[in-house]
Design a protein around this ligand. Structure first.
Ligand SMILES: C[S@@+](CC[C@H](N)C(=O)[O-])C[C@H]1O[C@@H](n2cnc3c(N)ncnc32)[C@H](O)[C@@H]1O
Length: 387
């Protein structure tokens, strides 16, 4: 298993595929190809394990285990009856099957998943005389089928719980940003930890500052958690390799931490938010690396900083004394005074465009949960482009 090469698919927030390619290329010295909402790469198992352990941007990491040309529902069932079982499943495993289809011929993804599951279960009964049971909450094995242009591809997921679930966010405030999206925005901010301060002036649960601290100290985001592949029957074949990768990762992080002398600040106007953020930072083991402070972003005065933030947005919200558009107008006014800095921000495209009055040097259309939004990066101070 260790020497075999696999076709991997790693998913990420839409628009951040180039950043995930960059990250995986640096991790595994391979060249992933960007696709829509994911990246693809061919590599030995070790690359998949490293991506699980180290990727800050990926949400899921999957191995392609079967594919076919599909014209009818029966083709999907037949694919299930031929899926390689042993490395991933045992009769004692629990599993679930999901399907995503962009093929107009196969519109009902739930039905597709059911067809594939029926094929898998019939194969199990034939081979083992019994079948593994379904668990949609915390299955041992997660199977995802993706169908487009008559091609059905079946993947087994490596990570188990999605990779954004690092394990440190025990408490959260309203509207916390997904950890992987926060890390993607930090990558897009091009923050340089050794030359610039990092500031989230509206930190909520502290996600950006915690991700920044993990990044600056080269701490693998997955070091505190378990992964789905640890429950595969084939795990003993590569357990040794996994242990070695984890040991190496801990050593890298220990060394990087000794060298770290960066400055990371997290602020919020709300005491309760700061309390939650500090608690989360403690769980992540980085509370000593973050300077938490109660402050109003509209009084911010900083220079030479990467400001990365997620202000309130949504409908019918007021922020302090301001309606949202006025708050964003004031935010733009304050940000333009931050010398030699950059602002990387997520919000709705309309709020950013109409109210900040700056022209972004980079923008990405993405989703924050179900909400369509925009991530934009602005040069602040003398280099600000007024918009
Ligand atoms: C959308 S939440 C941020 C969520 C955060 N990224 C997380 O992961 O939990 C927006 C935050 O902005 C804070 N906020 C609102 N107005 C503020 C102000 N004038 N100054 C500083 N923080 C403010 C709120 O208290 C809230 O915690």
């Amino acid at each position: 298993m260790i020497s075999q090469s696999y076709a991997f698919l790693a998913t990420c927030a839409r628009g951040f595929e180039p950043y995930l390619c960059e990250e995986i290329a640096a991790l595994c010295t391979i060249h992933p190809e960007p696709a829509s909402g994911c990246v693809l790469f061919e590599a030995p198992l070790e690359a998949g394990l490293q991506t699980c352990l180290w990727s800050r941007i990926a949400n899921k990491v999957e191995i392609l285990i079967a594919e076919c040309y599909a014209l009818r529902d029966e083709d999907i069932y037949a694919l299930g009856t031929k899926l390689p079982l042993e490395p991933w499943f045992s009769p004692e495993s629990t599993f679930c099957v999901r399907a995503h289809s962009s093929d107009p011929k196969f519109k009902n993804s739930l039905y597709l998943a059911l067809k594939l599951k029926d094929g898998i279960v019939d194969q199990m009964r034939k081979r083992w005389g019994k079948r593994a049971s379904i668990d949609t909450e915390t299955p041992d094995v997660e199977i995802t089928m993706r169908l487009s242009q008559r091609r059905a591809r079946v993947y087994v997921e490596l990570q188990g719980q999605p990779l954004n679930m690092r394990g440190y966010r025990r408490r959260q405030n309203e509207a916390p940003i997904r950890e992987t999206l926060a890390a993607s925005m930090i990558a897009a901010s091009r923050w340089n930890p050794s030359h610039q301060a990092f500031i989230d002036p509206m930190c909520g649960s502290g996600t950006f500052a915690i991700e920044a601290a993990l990044m600056a100290t080269q701490t693998p985001p997955g070091i505190q958690r378990h992964f789905g592949f640890e429950r595969w029957p084939a795990f003993p074949d590569f357990q040794h390799l996994w242990k070695e990768l984890r040991c190496r990762a801990k050593e890298t992080s220990r060394e990087a931490r000794k060298r770290h002398h960066g400055h990371i600040q997290a602020m919020d106007i709300d005491d309760a938010a700061l309390d939650v953020a500090q608690n989360n930072a403690q769980t992540a083991g980085v509370s000593d690396l973050i300077d938490f402070r109660k402050a109003d972003v509209l009084k911010l005065e900083v220079s030479n900083a990467a400001i990365v933030t997620n202000p309130p947005y949504g409908e019918r919200i007021t922020v302090g004394a301001y309606e949202l558009p006025e708050f964003y107008y004031q935010l733009g006014r304050v940000m333009r005074t931050c010398v030699d800095s950059t602002l990387t921000i997520i919000s709705t495209a309309a709020l950013l465009k109409k109210n900040l009055h700056m022209r972004p040097e980079m923008r990405i259309q993405t989703y924050n949960g179900p909400l369509e939004c925009e991530v934009a990066r602005y040069v602040l101070g003398k280099g600000t482009q007024h918009g």
